[in-house]
Ligand binder design. Structure first.
Ligand code: 5GP
Ligand code: ZN
Length: 123
C-alpha cells in the first residue's frame, strides 16, 4: 500500500526500533509507549484491520500472537511463578479494530504492553 505508515515501516522507508523480523512479520517499539514495554507486531503484507481477516489468515494471526511470549521473554515481562506458584510479570496483548475499536493506523497490528505498573492511564 502506497500511503500506509506501517507498510513504510515494514519496507524500512520510515525508521523504527525493530525488535524482531522474519519473512512475514515485524515487531517494533511503539513511538508513544503506553507502558514500560510497548511493542507492535505487524504482518509485512497490508491488511487494514482484523475485520478483513478470515480463515485464510489463521496462520498469520497465529504467528503474530505466538510471537508475544518470545518478545515478552526478550523484554523481561514473561510470567514467572514463585515457589508457592504465585505468578509475577506478564503483559497485555490487544488488537484495536476500526473507529469504534480505537484503531488509528489502518494496517493490522498487535499491541504488546508489559513492564511494572502503573502504565499510562491504567493502574
Ligand atoms: P492503534 O490506535 O491504531 O491501535 O495504534 C497505533 C499505534 O501506532 C499507536 O500506539 C501509536 O503510538 C503508534 N504509532 C503511530 N505512528 C507511529 C510511528 O511512526 N512509529 C511507531 N513506532 N509507532 C507509531
Ligand atoms: Zn500497510
Amino acid at each position: 500500500m502506497d500511503n500506509c505508515l506501517f507498510c513504510k515501516i515494514a519496507a524500512k522507508q520510515i525508521p523504527s526500533s525493530v525488535v524482531y523480523e522474519d519473512d512475514e512479520l515485524m515487531a517494533f517499539k511503539d513511538i508513544h509507549p503506553a507502558a514500560p514495554v510497548h511493542l507492535l507486531v505487524i504482518p509485512k503484507i497490508h491488511v487494514p484491520t482484523l475485520s478483513e481477516c478470515d480463515a485464510s489468515h489463521t496462520v498469520l494471526l497465529g504467528k503474530m500472537l505466538a510471537l508475544a511470549p518470545r518478545l515478552a521473554a526478550e523484554h523481561g515481562c514473561a510470567v514467572s511463578y514463585d515457589a508457592d506458584g504465585v505468578p509475577a510479570g506478564g503483559y497485555k496483548t490487544l488488537i484495536n479494530t476500526g473507529p469504534d475499536g480505537g484503531q488509528e493506523v489502518y494496517h493490522l497490528h498487535l499491541h504488546m504492553y508489559g513492564g511494572p505498573r502503573p502504565w499510562r492511564g491504567q493502574r
